[in-house]
Design a protein around this ligand. Structure first.
Ligand SMILES: NC(=O)c1ccc[n+]([C@@H]2O[C@H](COP(=O)([O-])OP(=O)(O)OC[C@H]3O[C@@H](n4cnc5c(N)ncnc54)[C@H](OP(=O)(O)O)[C@@H]3O)[C@@H](O)[C@H]2O)c1
Length: 254
């Protein structure tokens, strides 16, 4: 497989690092020349990386093409490029859907919308694939947990939660900053919170058939400190606002 990347930013770099952590059989990875810092660092690290002369050169040299530019850049540059009929196109762009893309990159029509996340670098995290396809799923199965769908509305809803990463980390950060403000050593703070979050995620994974509502109740003692913090958080409107945020993101993604 000759895999080309148009756009070599944060997510493309994580995907490439992730690929080289697996035994996926890749002949060559061809990178678009913009963002020299990322392209040079990848080329210095991995033998199979080539930097193309132009975006068109990427397309001419690849059979699978990853579109990993922002939607705004995609709308500006893709119409000027010549795609091949048999290109397999992996569309990472959050707000450009396959139907719209098909018109822009004709005659290429094998298009898959993919949502990898930065944790793919360590071959972890969910990867949304739309529509379902065995070859594409086999490729990404080695890079993380594939969640595939052939229902476009479902695909758009799944994409909403890709917006949750920074907010999740900020919850961790809030706990960490509280510890540090109260003179807990940085390492001890991170160690405690890492283990707390990891163990709670483990509860969710191990009890995946169990009601999460019930689990939330079971992690509170009547009149205890978990009950108090949750009550205060609810009163502040944090969860209602998070829900409204998901709705807003859905409107943007759909
Ligand atoms: N980050 C995520 O977790 C994530 C997850 C799923 C999907 N996505 C999607 O993946 C896409 C890329 O996201 P990102 O986070 O990787 O953004 P990013 O770090 O900003 O990467 C975009 C890259 O495109 C390059 N670029 C700009 N103009 C270009 C051109 N004319 N030709 C070729 N490359 C060009 C930029 O280079 P310069 O820096 O030199 O301008 C930059 O390195 C977005 O559509 C996003 O919606 C991201």
């Amino acid at each position: 497989m000759k895999l080309g990347f148009i756009g070599v930013g944060k997510i493309a770099t994580s995907v490439i690092e992730g690929i080289f952590n697996t035994k996926i059989n890749i002949k060559e990875i061809i990178l678009s020349p913009k963002n020299r810092q990322n392209t040079n660092s990848l080329r210095n690290k991995f033998k199979k990386i080539k930097i193309a002369k132009s975006n068109q050169d990427v397309l001419d040299k690849s059979n699978w093409v990853v579109l990993s530019i922002t939607p705004k850049v995609g709308k500006q540059i893709l119409k000027k490029l010549k795609f091949k009929k048999n290109h397999i196109v992996l569309n990472f762009m959050s707000t450009i859907h396959n139907q719209e893309l098909k018109k822009i990159i004709f005659p290429a029509k094998q298009i898959f919308k993919i949502a990898p996340l930065p944790m793919i670098k360590y071959n972890l995290g969910p990867i949304i694939i739309y529509p379902k396809n065995k070859t594409i799923e086999n490729f990404f199965n080695k890079l993380g947990k594939v969640i595939s769908t052939s229902n476009e509305n479902e695909n758009k809803k799944l994409w909403v939660m890709t917006s949750f990463m920074a907010t999740y980390l900020e919850i961790f950060n809030t706990a960490h900053k509280w510890f540090v403000k109260n003179r807990i050593n940085q390492n001890k703070s991170k160690e405690y919170i890492n283990h707390l979050f990891r163990a709670l995620n483990n509860e969710l994974i191990k009890n995946s058939n169990y009601s999460i509502d019930k689990m939330v109740k079971e992690f509170q003692t009547k009149g205890g400190i978990n009950e108090e913090l949750l009550m205060r958080a609810k009163k502040s409107g944090i969860f209602k606002n998070l829900n409204k945020g998901f709705d807003k993101i859905y409107n943007r993604v759909k």
